[in-house]
Design a protein around this ligand. Structure first.
Ligand code: 5GP
Ligand code: ZN
Length: 112
């Protein structure tokens, strides 16, 4: 996955503002934030999108949600939104699974 942007960020080949990192996951600030807090929760493993995950990724997917919850708590967010855009039609622009963790303002529902 040599050309994948988030694989390069995970490999520290491209700088980003890291919030959290462990063996399987990393969290870094979105370069174009859409909320006062907007970070990306990303697996180090290259998975193009949620629909490209397999049953073998179940533990990793669960881990990512726990990381999101812990990071939200560490950032002082009691209300937040966790969302993934799966496919171009849903707004996905980077083909490496990521969850947007957003908070710090009122959220609209449904999202556009
Ligand atoms: P998507 O549109 O795929 O759901 O989300 C991709 C996100 O990645 C966007 O919110 C965009 O601002 C962010 N992004 C794109 N390039 C970079 C980058 O080089 N660094 C960081 N930190 N975020 C990026
Ligand atoms: Zn990747």
């Amino acid at each position: 996955m040599g050309s994948c942007l988030f694989c390069k960020i995970a490999a520290k080949e491209i700088p980003s503002q890291f919030i959290f990192e462990d063996g399987e996951a990393l969290v870094f600030k979105d370069i174009n934030p859409k909320a006062p807090t907007h970070v990306l929760v990303v697996p180090k493993k290259h998975i193009a999108r949620l629909s490209a995950s397999t049953d073998g990724d179940r533990a990793l997917l669960g881990h990512l949600q726990r990381v999101a919850a812990r990071v939200a708590e560490s950032l002082g967010l009691d209300s937040f939104r966790l969302v993934t855009n799966n496919g171009v039609g849903a707004g996905q622009t980077v083909d490496h699974l990521h969850y947007h963790l957003m908070g710090g303002r009122a959220m609209q529902w449904p999202p556009g």
